[in-house]
Design a protein around this ligand. Structure first.
Ligand SMILES: CC(C)(COP(=O)(O)OP(=O)(O)OC[C@H]1O[C@@H](n2cnc3c(N)ncnc32)[C@H](O)[C@@H]1OP(=O)(O)O)[C@@H](O)C(=O)NCCC(=O)NCCS
Length: 166
């Protein structure tokens, strides 16, 4: 699989990628390790997504969702099972973190069942209550609501006080 890593290209998602992204994510959702996403949700948020592609096929994706000047979420990070373990997830998360920093955000949070993976990028677990109510809007549509068992994690690029000072 290491050899294959050379062939991987990251790019912004297009609407044509939606069926493939949905197949990857909803495959994991069927196993209870991600939340399901409809095609409508992908189309609505298509500008937030990047995809990893190899030999013309989408093999992974991820999204960055900005909520406020100091609040941004990495979501929907998923890699085709055939391609896991060869650095695709790292490429996707590194690229989303870089984009968040370029946009001037002081850090990023995520809700995940894969805390060990996100810890590799400096994310630390935080209590759900530390995240503002606004982010839980999406959760109303979640089959698990209100018993969320995802782990909330955050990484900061800039100390909150420095960000507030501009
Ligand atoms: C979690 C996931 C995105 C990782 O993608 P991947 O391409 O296999 O990960 P990479 O090969 O880029 O691994 C990067 C690093 O994370 C580590 N890692 C990967 N999966 C991990 C896990 N589940 N727990 C802990 N560490 C993990 C790797 O060992 C590697 O570490 P290293 O840099 O020290 O070598 C992928 O397994 C996946 O799609 N899982 C199902 C969907 C999911 O759970 N998404 C999480 C967001 S909700």
């Amino acid at each position: 699989m290491e050899a294959k890593a050379d062939q991987i290209v990251l790019r912004d998602a297009t609407v044509l990628d939606v069926p493939r992204m949905a197949a990857i994510i909803n495959g994991f959702a069927a196993q209870g390790i991600m939340l399901p996403r409809s095609h409508y949700q992908f189309y609505q948020h298509i500008q937030q997504f990047i995809v990893a592609e190899a030999a013309g096929q989408v093999i992974g994706c991820g999204a960055l969702s900005v909520v406020w000047s100091d609040l941004c979420e990495i979501r929907s990070v998923a890699v085709d099972p055939e391609w896991q373990g060869c650095g695709v997830g790292r490429l996707i998360v590194d690229s989303l973190l870089e984009r968040a920093a370029q946009l001037g955000l002081p850090g990023v949070f995520t809700l995940t069942y894969r805390a060990g993976f996100f810890a590799r990028f400096g994310f630390q677990q935080v209590a759900h209550e530390t995240l503002p109510h606004k982010i839980w809007g999406d959760c109303l549509n979640c089959p698990k609501y209100p018993d969320c068992d995802e782990i909330a994690m955050k990484v900061e690029f800039v100390k909150e006080t420095e960000h507030a000072q501009g």
